[in-house]
Design a protein around this ligand. Structure first.
Ligand code: UDP
Ligand code: MG
Length: 320
């Protein structure tokens, strides 16, 4: 198999057919390709639409049906596990990313054996100014505080060689932040600009809060910097209070000035209490991740698996 295209789908009933048609039209000249659709617990008719397409068998297809919504990261993981291609692509189901770019990526990898991965990044975003600013700040901050470096605007839209896919699958962490994983596994990556199209149908599944949570997951997964900030703040507070203590003693003994104590004490108690709670919260976030990871739960549960290829028949369920 030359190319496996992994397509995570959540509530994409109106998009899967046009996407499949676009893929079949674009990849017809490739020696072979397969489309791996992962239905991530959609609440609409996505699974029925996929099964209908499967029955018509317009090309090599694999379908994975999750038992509930496990998130895009888990869906991409499941798809990569089923991929048998020399190249593996990750493509959104909403037609925002054109299959033609996937073909360009494949051609690039064919011509450049030194490169292992081609990733597309968005040069211009059709988003609100605030969201763009938040994303920019996040990339800059990650670059400063993490060991890994993220390419600004680069998404999961990429094509890579088998070896890269296997390396990504070997990363078994359950809080998956794929942008970080791509960077962490290394390999030579070529970045190409692309412009995201309008969604074909449906609405985006990412709210601002989901994005914020995803960004926090990224920070906590790839750096212990917030813990260092807590230590530093604690040290600074201790130093400042020492200096203040000396000032108060000198004022009292040398000049006989009385410091009214009540407001100072209240302010300090609230300040120190707040800082302690923040520090505990940060430590808690790290401990919670150890706790969840310690359970060794599978990344997803699949209840159905269909494949047009005989050799592709494997167990649908997967345990780490
Ligand atoms: N997706 C998924 N599970 C989720 C959320 C999204 O599989 O819980 C899929 C979705 O069907 C789409 C891709 O991930 O194919 C990107 O989602 P979306 O278009 O909502 O994100 P955006 O393009 O706005 O970043
Ligand atoms: Mg989209």
């Amino acid at each position: 198999m030359k190319l496996s295209v992994v397509i995570p789908c959540y509530n994409e009933e109106g998009n899967v057919r046009p996407l499949l048609e676009a893929c079949v039209a674009t990849f017809k000249d490739l020696s072979s390709f397969e489309l791996i659709f992962v239905n991530d617990g959609s609440r609409d008719g996505t699974w029925a639409a996929l099964k209908e397409l499967y029955a018509q068998r317009p090309c090599a297809m694999k379908l994975v049906n999750f038992s509930r919504n496990f998130g895009k990261e888990a869906a991409m993981y499941a798809g990569m596990q089923k991929a048998s291609g020399e190249y593996v692509s990750l493509l959104d189901a909403d037609l925002q990313q054109s299959p033609q770019i996937v073909l360009d990526m494949v051609e690039f990898l064919d011509l450049n054996p030194d490169y292992d991965c081609v990733a597309a990044y968005q040069e211009t975003r059709h988003e609100g100014k605030f969201t763009t600013w938040c994303k920019k700040t996040f990339y800059r901050m990650m670059d400063r505080i993490c060991d890994i470096s993220l390419h600004e605007g680069a998404s999961d839209f990429r094509t890579f060689r088998r070896g890269v896919a296997e390396s990504i699958l070997s990363v078994k962490e359950c809080y998956r932040f794929s942008k970080g994983i791509f960077s962490w596994v290394g390999f030579n990556t070529h970045f190409i600009p692309y412009e995201a199209q309008e969604r074909h149908s449906g609405a985006t599944n990412w709210s601002f809060w989901k994005l914020l949570k995803y960004a926090l997951d990224g920070i906590i997964s790839y750096t212990t910097f917030p813990l260092k900030v807590s230590t530093f703040t604690g040290g600074l507070m201790a130093l400042l209070s020492l200096i203040y203590m000396v000032v108060v003693v000198v004022q009292k003994l040398a000049f006989g000035i009385d410091i009214p104590g009540y407001p100072t004490i209240i302010v300090l108690i609230l300040l120190i209490g707040g800082l302690q709670m923040i520090t505990l919260g940060i430590i808690g976030e790290y401990i919670a991740r150890i706790y969840i990871q310690g359970k060794h739960r599978p990344l997803y549960i699949a209840k159905e698996y269909l494949s047009t290829q005989e050799e592709g028949e494997q167990d649908a369920g997967h345990s780490l």
